[in-house]
Design a protein. Structure first.
Length: 524
C-alpha cells in the first residue's frame, strides 16, 4: 500500500492550522493561560459555557462520524454491522439503562473508562500520520515503543479510575447527583500507587527509546509535530493524573483537582477540534472554504439531532421517567459517546486503503466526498434537515436557559430562575433539584403554599433526599413534628451518610415524642 501512495505533502491545511488543531498547540496555550491566570480565565470563560462549547465543537465532532458511516450508500453497506447492529445494541442499552439502575451505571462506567482511551487512540493515530506525511521511516520496534508510550499514559488514568475512591480524573462529565454510580474495581491505594510508579517509569523509558530510534532515522525537525502530540497526550492524561495520585503540583491550577473539571473542559475542546480538523480534511479536502463550511454545518445539524432527540423523547411524561439532571443527560452522553467510539474505531484506519490514500496523498489528488443517496431531493432528506435544525434550536435554547437560570440564582433573581425552569420544562428538562432550590426561596420569602407546590412537583419528578428534607423543613415550619419526622426519615433512607439529615431527624424526633434517631429507616 505504501508504494501505491504518492509522496505526501508535509502539512494538511498549513503549519499553523495543523500545529494548533492537529498537534494541540492551541491546548498548550490554554493550559499555560490557566496556569498563570486561572481566575481571570474562568471569569472570562466560565465552566457554564461548557454546553455552548459542546454545541459548537462537540456536536459536529459526533456528526462527522455519522456522516462518514451513513452519508453514502457505499459506506452504509461497508459498515452495515456497525451502522445497524451496533447502533441497535446501543439503543437497547439506553432504554435498559433508563429503567435498570445497575445497567445504566455499567454503561456510564464503560463510558468513563473508554473515553480517555478514545482520546489516546486518536492522538496516537495523528502522531503516526505526521510521521508518515514526512516520509519518516518508522521501524517496527519504534512503532511498538511509540504505541506503548500512548498505552502507558492511558494506563495511569485507568489505575486512578479503578482506585478504591475513584473520582472523575479523566472523565468528560460527572455522575455525582444522578442515580448512577461509577463501578470501580476498588483497587487498594497502596497497590494503585505501586503500579502507578511502575507505569510512569515504563512510560519514560518507552517514550525516550521511541524518540531515540526515530532520531536515528530522521531529522529532528521532521519529528516536531509528532513530538507535540506526545506532549499534549501527557498534558491531557499522564501529568494531571500523576499530580492527583501523588498529591503534587497542586499549585498549577490545571493540575489542581479543585479545577480539574474546568481543565478537562479544554481537553475536550482540544479533542473535538483535532477530530474536526482531520475529518474536514478527509471529506472536504478538494472543496473551497465554502464547501468545508457546508460540511461542518451539516455535521453540526446531524450531531445536534443525535444528542437532542433521545433526552427529548425519553423525558418524564413521554417515553421515560428519569429527569434530565438525575441521569437522563448522563446516560445520553454515555451511549452517544460509546456509539461514536465504536464507529470511530471501525472507520479511521490507515490500513484502510481508501483512508490512507487520501490522508497520505498529494493535495491536488481528488478525494472521496460524501455523495447524496438516490432520491435525495425527496421528502425524507428534507424532513431530516428540518428535524436536525429543530434539534439544534432545542439544544441552543436549553443551553441558554440553563445558563440564564444559574446566573439568576447567583444574583438572587428568582423570577428569572422560575422563567428559565418553565422554559426548560417545555424542552423536556424539568429539574427536581431546581424545584427544591425554588421551594427553599419560597419558604423564606414568599408563602408556604408556593413552597409546598415546588416540593410536591420535585417529589413527583423524582424522590430525592433534598426534596424529602425540604418537605421536612416545610412541616417543621407548619408546626407538624410527626409529619416532619417521617419526611426526614425518607431523606435519611436515601442519604444515610448525611450528618445534617440525621441531626434534623433527631431534632424533630424528640419533638414528636422521644424518637431515637439511630435507626434512620424509612417511615412506616
Amino acid at each position: 500500500m505504501a508504494r501505491s501512495i504518492a509522496r505526501p505533502q508535509r502539512w494538511f491545511f498549513g503549519p499553523w492550522p495543523d500545529l494548533s488543531f492537529g498537534c494541540g498547540l492551541l491546548y498548550v496555550w490554554l493550559f499555560a493561560m490557566q496556569s498563570v491566570a486561572g481566575p481571570e480565565m474562568r471569569r472570562f470563560a466560565p465552566l457554564e459555557l461548557a454546553p455552548f462549547l459542546s454545541i459548537l465543537f462537540g456536536m459536529p465532532h459526533y456528526g462527522a462520524t455519522l456522516l462518514r458511516v451513513y452519508a453514502r450508500r457505499e459506506d452504509r453497506r461497508r459498515y452495515a454491522f456497525f451502522g445497524l447492529w451496533a447502533t441497535a445494541a446501543m439503543a437497547a442499552l439506553f432504554v435498559a439503562g433508563l429503567h435498570v439502575v445497575w445497567v445504566g451505571s455499567l454503561v456510564v462506567t464503560v463510558y468513563f473508562t473508554w473515553s480517555p482511551w478514545h482520546y489516546t487512540g486518536q492522538n496516537y493515530g495523528i502522531a503516526l500520520l505526521f510521521l508518515r506525511r514526512r516520509s519518516v521511516p518508522v521501524a517496527p520496534a519504534a512503532k511498538r515503543l511509540l504505541y506503548a508510550s500512548f498505552v502507558l499514559s492511558y494506563a495511569l488514568v485507568f489505575l486512578a479510575l479503578q482506585g478504591s475512591t475513584p473520582g472523575t480524573l479523566a472523565a468528560p462529565g460527572n455522575y455525582v447527583g444522578t442515580v448512577y454510580e461509577y463501578q470501580a474495581l476498588g483497587l487498594p491505594g497502596a497497590w494503585r500507587d505501586a503500579l502507578a510508579a511502575i507505569v510512569v517509569v515504563a512510560y519514560a523509558l518507552t517514550t525516550a527509546s521511541a524518540a531515540a530510534l526515530l532520531l536515528r532515522a530522521a531529522r529532528a525537525r521532521d519529528l516536531v509535530p509528532a513530538a507535540l502530540v506526545v506532549g499534549v497526550q501527557s498534558l491531557w492524561f499522564l501529568v494531571p493524573t500523576a499530580a492527583v495520585v501523588w498529591g503534587r503540583l497542586g499549585w498549577v491550577e490545571p493540575l489542581d483537582p479543585t479545577w480539574r473539571a474546568y481543565a478537562f473542559l479544554w481537553v475536550s475542546v482540544g479533542h473535538f477540534l483535532q477530530y474536526l480538523w482531520i475529518t474536514t480534511y478527509y471529506t472536504a479536502a478538494s472543496e473551497s472554504a465554502g464547501g468545508r463550511a457546508r460540511y461542518l454545518a451539516k455535521s453540526l445539524v446531524v450531531g445536534a439531532a443525535v444528542w437532542t432527540l433521545p433526552p427529548l423523547l425519553f423525558a418524564p411524561g413521554l417515553l421515560g421517567r428519569l429527569p434530565f439532571d438525575m441521569g437522563l443527560a448522563l446516560l445520553t452522553a454515555a451511549v452517544v459517546n460509546l456509539h461514536h467510539f465504536v464507529l470511530d474505531g471501525a472507520i479511521w484506519k490507515l490500513r484502510d486503503g481508501r483512508v490512507a490514500s487520501l490522508l497520505l496523498r498529494e493535495p491536488h489528488e481528488p478525494g472521496p466526498q460524501p455523495q447524496a443517496a438516490p432520491g435525495s431531493r425527496r421528502l425524507g432528506p428534507a424532513l431530516g434537515w428540518v428535524v436536525g435544525l429543530a434539534s439544534l434550536l432545542v439544544a441552543a435554547a436549553s443551553a441558554w436557559e440553563g445558563f440564564a437560570g444559574n446566573r439568576a440564582f447567583d444574583r438572587a433573581d428568582f423570577q428569572r430562575a422560575k422563567l428559565a425552569l418553565a422554559r426548560l420544562v417545555w424542552l423536556g428538562q424539568d429539574s427536581p433539584k431546581i424545584r427544591v432550590s425554588l421551594a427553599e426561596h419560597a419558604q423564606r420569602f414568599e408563602t408556604l403554599e408556593a413552597a409546598r407546590e415546588q416540593i410536591d412537583r420535585s417529589l413527583a419528578l423524582w424522590p430525592t433526599a433534598e426534596a424529602w428534607a425540604a418537605l421536612g423543613r416545610w412541616y417543621e415550619e407548619s408546626g407538624k413534628s410527626e409529619e416532619a419526622r417521617r419526611a426526614y426519615q425518607q431523606a435519611v433512607a436515601l442519604a444515610p451518610d448525611d450528618p445534617g439529615l440525621r441531626t434534623s431527624l433527631g431534632r424533630v424526633g424528640f419533638s414528636a415524642g422521644g424518637y431515637e434517631p439511630r435507626g434512620g429507616g424509612a417511615a412506616p
